[in-house]
Design a protein around this ligand. Structure first.
Ligand SMILES: [Zn+2]
Ligand SMILES: [Zn+2]
Length: 134
């Protein structure tokens, strides 16, 4: 399935081809910190199908395992755009919230569940408003 995405300010736009079965949620503490959110939702696109306009800023992140990955984000608005291997990338990991088609891409797998926030599974009883809270 073709996806199109952009950062919040629109300086960076991109497109890719994804397998909708490949959406995953990561509960690791690094993803919590980098995204500022309870978890990160991601999907891969093959490098051959990934096109980007605009030049993101990059950060090299070293995982607990020692693996280093490039994390790219918009230099203006800070939206995370992708992560990829340092050399010869074969895939780019896109961030679900940046994609126009995000509502159709339901997660199929969760990883690092051991650090998931204890409350994230049940927001159903939490006060809810169709728009911003009055
Ligand atoms: Zn931006
Ligand atoms: Zn993670």
């Amino acid at each position: 399935m073709k996806v199109e995405g952009s950062c919040y300010c629109g300086k960076i736009t991109f497109e890719g081809e994804v397998d909708p079965e490949g959406v995953n949620v990561c509960h690791c503490t690094d993803c919590q910190n980098i995204t500022g959110s309870p978890f990160r939702t991601s999907i891969l696109t093959p490098a051959a199908q990934f096109r980007i306009r605009g030049t993101p800023k990059t950060f090299i992140k070293t995982a607990e395992s020692g693996t280093q990955r490039i994390h790219a984000f918009c230099p203006e608005c800070g939206t995370p755009v992708y992560a990829t291997a340092i050399s010869n990338p074969t895939t780019y990991t896109l961030r679900l919230g940046t994609l126009k088609q995000r509502a159709q891409l339901k997660p199929k797998k969760q990883i690092w569940a051991r650090s998931s926030l204890p409350w994230f599974k049940d927001l159903s009883g939490v006060e809810s408003h169709e728009r911003g809270s009055p």
